[in-house]
Design a protein around this ligand. Structure first.
Ligand code: CA
Length: 236
């Protein structure tokens, strides 16, 4: 069950929103000032925040900025100001969505649901990639092998992430070039070989006999499908 924090200074609006959200199965917390709202957020760590723009104590934009500085909690901004610039500023400062008053409470519930769906997919499910004994944290940009940190350049990191995301799939050099640099030009595919060589030197126990990144002759490379690390002690 998800917890939603409403930060809104009009008690009537809070009451209506609370009723709709609770009926939809959410646990609802409420704060009537920007500053108390922010501290409630800090202490209760709700799954999403519904935030009014005009608030006593601390402006809604500042509350959004503070929340965004520390987390990716989804924020639905409610605004009575219709000027588009304000709406855009709200989004720039980290609100994920906004509604202009007067709004339908049903629409608020639908938007909150959508925000929760969006935030749960990329952030909590897919941010850590595990393949063999390699752990890749896509948001922190860190790589661990058997718990030991491995330092990679951004290109090596992107290359490894692309390969490890689909173990067993053979990638062409051109595909890998595009995955790690965002662009790919035919004729430069061989630069991938240099990156692979450097990457192997960092992640393979024996880079002469690579067990994580396999060469697919005539195609390119693939990440091993072996679920457990293949060490030199295993026979073969
Ligand atoms: Ca207000």
């Amino acid at each position: 069950m998800s917890t939603i924090l409403i930060i809104e200074d009009e008690p009537e609006l809070v009451k209506v929103l609370r009723a709709y959200l609770e009926q939809a199965g959410f646990t609802v917390l409420a704060a009537y000032r920007g500053d108390t709202g922010l501290s409630t957020w800090e202490h209760k760590k709700p799954d999403a925040v519904i935030l009014d723009l005009n608030l006593p104590g601390m402006d809604g934009l500042d509350v959004a900025k503070e929340i965004r500085r520390k987390s990716s909690t989804p924020i639905l901004m409610l605004t009575a100001r219709v000027e588009e610039t304000d709406q855009l500023i709200g989004l720039e400062l980290g609100a994920d969505d906004y509604l202009t008053k007067p709004y339908s409470p049903r629409l608020v519930v639908a938007r909150v649901r959508a925000l929760l769906r969006r935030s749960k997919q990329p952030n909590e499910v897919q941010n850590i990639l595990r393949a063999a004994d390699i752990e890749i944290d896509l948001s922190a940009h860190t790589v661990y092998r058997s718990g030991q940190p491995i330092e990679l350049t951004p290109t090596e990191f992107n290359l490894l992430a692309a390969l490890a995301e689909q173990p067993g799939r053979a990638f062409t050099r051109l595909q890998l070039l595009e995955a790690c640099q965002g662009t790919a030009y035919a004729g430069y595919e061989r630069t991938i070989d240099a990156h692979i060589k450097n990457l192997r030197a960092k992640i393979e126990p024996d880079s002469k006999n690579p067990t994580y990144i396999e060469t697919v002759f005539g195609i390119g490379y693939r990440f091993t499908k072996t679920s457990l690390p293949v060490t030199s002690s295993s026979s073969g």
